[in-house]
Design a protein around this ligand. Structure first.
Ligand SMILES: [Zn+2]
Length: 204
């Protein structure tokens, strides 16, 4: 869950990132702050990141209570943008809090798979799935449609102050779930180091 403030004239850098991994001892989730101690973990695999100057200004507030359809919170916003803007790709990022309810989530094992994962099924077998409870602080990045960069259209990781964190799939408590989020539209899209051979699984 990368959340970083870079150094500027009046502010020193802050790395507020967390990471979650499967606890090899009991199969539970281990959420830890990304500190100097873990510097060598570096950055691997993939990430969808939203960068802003962190200045004051207008943002978009979205509040939602009760889920009546099948789609998750982010997919609803993404598809709404796509319906409105059509072929024009609109990217957004920000923060939302799941204030009530539970979510289905996954966490990666401590070690990467020793063999290639060649299907959605193999990826899901390797990942560990959990149900985690509110309040959860989520860091979404989403694009209304792929303008041809082989993008993952939405990606949301979350952390909490009660030891849970992971990759957000959807809430499992539609009747009581509550979301509150703040978002900004993006001005530029950068696609860095795309894979030479691509595939479509593991993108939700
Ligand atoms: Zn993820």
């Amino acid at each position: 869950m990368p959340i970083v403030q870079t150094e500027s004239e009046h502010k020193s850098p802050v790395n507020g990132s967390y990471f979650a991994r499967v606890n090899p001892a009991d199969g539970g989730c281990l959420l830890e702050k990304y500190s100097e101690k873990y510097r060598d973990f570096g950055f691997a695999l993939l990430a969808n990141l939203f960068a802003s100057e962190g200045q004051h200004g207008k943002v978009i507030e979205v509040k939602a209570k009760r889920r009546t359809g099948k789609l998750n919170f982010v997919t609803c916003m993404r598809q709404t943008l796509e319906k409105h803007y059509g072929d024009k790709a609109v990217g957004m990022g920000g923060t939302f809090i799941i204030q009530k309810g539970k979510v289905k989530t996954h966490v990666m094992p401590a070690e990467f798979s020793s063999c290639p994962l060649n299907s959605e099924e193999e990826v899901n077998k390797w990942l560990n799935f959990y149900e985690m409870k509110a309040p959860l602080i989520c860091l979404p990045v989403f694009v209304s449609k792929d303008p041809g960069f082989d993008l993952r259209l939405e990606h949301t990781h979350f952390f909490s102050h009660h030891g849970e964190g992971g990759h957000y799939h959807y809430d499992t408590t539609p009747d009581i779930v509550e979301y509150l989020g703040y978002f900004s539209p993006a001005e530029l899209l950068y696609r860095i180091d795309p894979p030479e051979e691509t595939h479509s699984y593991g993108r939700d």
